[in-house]
Design a protein. Sequence first.
Length: 253
Amino acid sequence: MDRIVTFGEIMLRLKSPGHDRLLQSPSLEATFGGGEANVAVSLSLLGREAVYVTALPENPVADAAVGELRRYGVDVSFIRRTKGRLGIYYLEAGADQRPSNVSYDREGSSLSLVRPGDFDWAAICRGAAWFHVTGITPALSQGAADASIEAAALAKQAGCTVSVDLNYRKKLWNYGRKPPEVMRELVKCADVVIANEEDIQRCLGIEPVVAEHAAGSPDVEAYRNLAGQVRAEFPNLSHVAVSLRDSRSALYI
């Protein structure tokens, strides 16, 4: 069975009950979450051999995160236990006109402290068919950005198909680099890019021209042109998947 490797940060997820505001009640629901970890778990549930790579501290909460991944059948043998802390995010679900809100507490997390050379990508990607990373990881720190680019480049060198979900998160880009300065380099290592129009604009600096039809449905041809523009700027890409605005569907070009 082909192995699929994902690289990113798993965090402790603390959510207020129901639609309460944070600490409106004294309780918080504790689970774990993270974009690349979610991909690994989903792949494992679909019967694929999923490998999840990250860095975590040596403490009981991080042990529980590893145990949760293992419970879903994810290969956790390449997780690096090191200095730092487990990142946390707080979630309150929206209600009526109030949108959901996420607050991050992940500065100094173990993954934000990684550097190129910290992972043996030749060993990790041996026998793997696919490598996946998102734009969340490079947003954490310069070290994490450099490590993500190294991982994607070495995974491609090892024969993996490399996919990048741009996944722009405004709240995370705080260490002095603009997203296109980092993400354009990462995308140069990729075969497949997954994005919506804002991701493409914020992460790649490509201005989308996407309108809606009179009936409110998305202009599919405009999205097709946007995907084509991304491929024209990055000829290394074989496919671009663009999510349609206000839709659960995507164009895969």
